[in-house]
Write a protein of this length. Structure first.
Lengths: 409, 223
């Protein structure tokens, strides 16, 4: 039986035997690739995890600033998670204009309405807070339990000190509402005791609330109690405060804990730096592999010359060397990913533990995404290995067999 | 297989300028002839052998093997030509260190898509038996002696039944007994199978055992 397919297998088997029989060289190559791929894998998974954790953890620390009507009461000791109940309101068009202020990354409007006429629980005082799920960053990050679907019209989220059960129905101003979720305890009274709903739900109930409570400013259409702001990296509270006060007469700007703002911004910058570092590491790995393969191929020139002399074609020489490089680097990539997983276990027992103690949850990436990153790392290291070997392999194969044979091997 | 070369020359470009290693050699080797090429180190005999073996492109002239002007062939066709028609034996241990002896010997046959692996391995075992290496099939080159390695190299050169065998100092570094064994084997291959053999050597005693001795001096055929 002719061995047309066999030549490919032959080249692969020669490549494998080269790796297997040159243990020291193969182990060093594997170690070098494993360190690179492990670092890239661990870095990528940790960065994505830290990014997700920051999204949850640091937004839990509250907004950087709160914009409310000039005479409104504010609780300056608490984290900025919500506006306080007041009859003073702003036009909701303020929100659109706030987002155009330089240095403002996010603006989340809230409308707070305190009432004891809802008919729920025998006339108890309740704070109803309307929020916009698309812009919000101070309510949803605190969700500890919720129904397994997105929030929708007719849903209500209960504060951390409330006792309504998830999925229960409650009647507010005669409107049946479903308890969609429950928040964690925040230490901010209004936030812990309130019932949160979307602006859409609030708008649907507004006329009924007006009929029951009479004409109240928060119940007029298109009004908000205030807006919580998150600043862009590099922006300072002073700059943004001055810009807002200059552009919006009749508002008050309350700043949160400036240290937290700095930490959040610093961490964002650090993550960007880590990303750049990973890119540099990737490029340097590719260069290192290329140098390694240049040395390895130079050492084997005589062997390559002999293979050419007995009839191996140029592309077969290149194919054999690329197979060898691809196999070694893929294996190194696999080892690196395994080492990365071990490293992350150590990380979990140290930094993650301390973050948890500080109340900052560390959200690991899900298994699927982690596996995807692992596969990506292995494929990329393998391709990088092959790419690193391509130029020296091509150059060597281009030499005359006699020149290769005569070279010092 | 008749070999002829016309005005064959080779010039190397070096940092010290151009060096003309072979200066226009005309030669014809008849089919079934056992020829030796002798000359001092640096006389150009190895460069000459590399050109007639399709391993180094001449700077001028041509090489005809049978009816083929080998340096007009494409790189792939020339590789196939070397694989099918020419066997090489070098002055150094030229086995791949990572392959077993039998895998080394079978390698040229396995590069030919027309040959099946089973037949190739059978032939490799036969050749290794003939040269007394039947116990070394699974050994690696580092596990056998230099003489055994050289015999394995000859077996590899013969695996595709070439019509032309080129040997460049095939017995250098070997003891006299092994040297004689290898030359005797060449002689029998030449006589029994009609193999055309060209052997480069600086050993005049070995050269005297061949049909014809060609002297090369300073890149030219000497009188």
């Amino acid at each position: 039986m002719p061995n047309k397919l066999g030549v490919g297998f032959l080249l692969a088997s020669v490549a494998l035997q080269n790796l297997g029989r040159r243990e020291a060289r193969t182990l060093l190559l594997l170690a070098a690739v494993a360190i690179c791929s492990g670092a890239i894998f661990t870095g990528a998974v940790l960065m994505r995890s830290i990014d997700s954790s920051m999204a949850v953890g640091f937004t839990r620390l509250g907004a950087d600033m709160l914009v409310v009507p000039a005479g409104a009461l504010t609780n300056i000791t608490a984290a900025l998670l919500t506006a306080e109940p007041t009859d003073l309101t702003l036009d909701d068009s303020v929100l659109v204009r706030l987002e155009t202020i330089k240095g403002v990354q996010k603006a989340a409007p809230q409308l707070v309405f305190r009432t004891d006429a809802s008919g729920y629980r025998g006339g108890a005082s309740i704070d109803v807070i309307a929020f916009d799920p698309m812009h919000d960053f101070t309510v949803q990050p605190w969700l500890e339990q919720h129904l397994g679907r997105p929030i929708r019209k007719g849903d209500v989220i209960v504060g951390g000190r409330r006792d309504e059960a998830l999925g229960a129905e409650l009647l507010l101003f005669g409107w049946p509402l479903i308890v969609y979720g429950k928040l964690g305890k925040t230490g901010v009274g209004t936030h812990e005791r309130a019932l949160f709903m979307t602006f859409e739900t609030f708008a649907e109930m507004r006329l009924t609330m007006q009929q029951v409570c009479g004409a109240k400013a928060p119940l007029e259409p298109n009004r908000v109690s205030g807006a919580l702001l998150q600043l862009a990296p590099g922006a300072t509270t002073q700059q943004v405060r001055f810009a807002i006060l200059a552009n919006f007469p009749g508002v008050k700007v309350v700043s949160g804990e400036s240290m937290l703002t700095s930490i959040r911004q610093g961490l964002a910058a650090l993550l960007n730096g880590a990303l750049a570092l990973m890119a540099i590491m990737f490029v340097s790995s590719a260069l290192m592999l290329s140098v390694l393969f240049t040395a390895i191929i130079a050492e084997r020139k005589r062997e390559l010359g002999l293979l050419r002399a007995i009839g191996m074609r140029r592309r077969q020489i290149v194919g054999m060397l690329l197979t060898e490089a691809g196999l070694a680097t893929a294996l190194g990539g696999l080892v690196g990913v395994a080492l990365g997983l071990l490293l992350m276990r150590v990380y979990e027992h140290s930094l993650v533990y301390y973050l948890d103690r500080l109340g900052i949850p560390f959200v690991w990436l899900n298994g699927g995404t982690t596996a995807l990153i692992a596969a990506f790392c292995i494929v990329v290291t393998s391709l990088t290995g092959a790419a690193g070997a391509l130029y020296p392999a091509w150059r060597a194969s281009a030499q005359e067999p006699y020149a290769l044979i005569r070279s010092e091997g | 297989m008749t070999l002829s070369c016309i005005d064959l020359g080779k010039t190397y470009a070096t940092e010290r300028g151009e060096i003309e290693a072979v200066k226009g050699i005309d030669l014809e080797v008849r089919s079934g002839e056992f020829t030796s090429i002798v000359g001092r180190s640096g006389s150009g005999k190895s460069s000459f052998l590399a050109m007639i073996g399709g391993l180094s492109r001449p700077s001028r002239g041509s090489v005809h093997i049978q009816d083929t002007d080998i340096w007009t062939l494409s790189d792939n066709h020339l590789a196939d030509f070397r694989n099918h028609r020419i066997g090489f034996v070098y002055q150094f241990a030229s086995l791949l260190p990572t392959l077993r002896i039998v895998d080394n010997v079978v390698l040229p046959a396995r590069l030919d898509p027309a040959q099946d692996a089973e037949t190739a391995y059978r032939r490799a075992r036969e050749l290794l038996n003939q040269c007394g290496l039947s116990d070394c099939l699974d050994a690696y080159p580092s596990e056998i002696s230099s003489g055994e390695q050289r015999r394995a190299v000859v077996a590899r050169a013969l695996i595709n039944k070439p019509a032309l065998l080129l040997a460049d100092e095939p017995t250098s570094d070997l003891d006299q007994v092994t040297e004689s064994e290898i030359v005797d084997w060449f002689r029998s291959l030449n006589r029994e199978r009609g193999l055309t053999l060209i052997m480069v050597t600086h050993n005049l005693r070995l050269a005297e055992q061949t049909d014809r001795v060609i002297h090369i001096s300073d890149g030219r055929l000497a009188a």
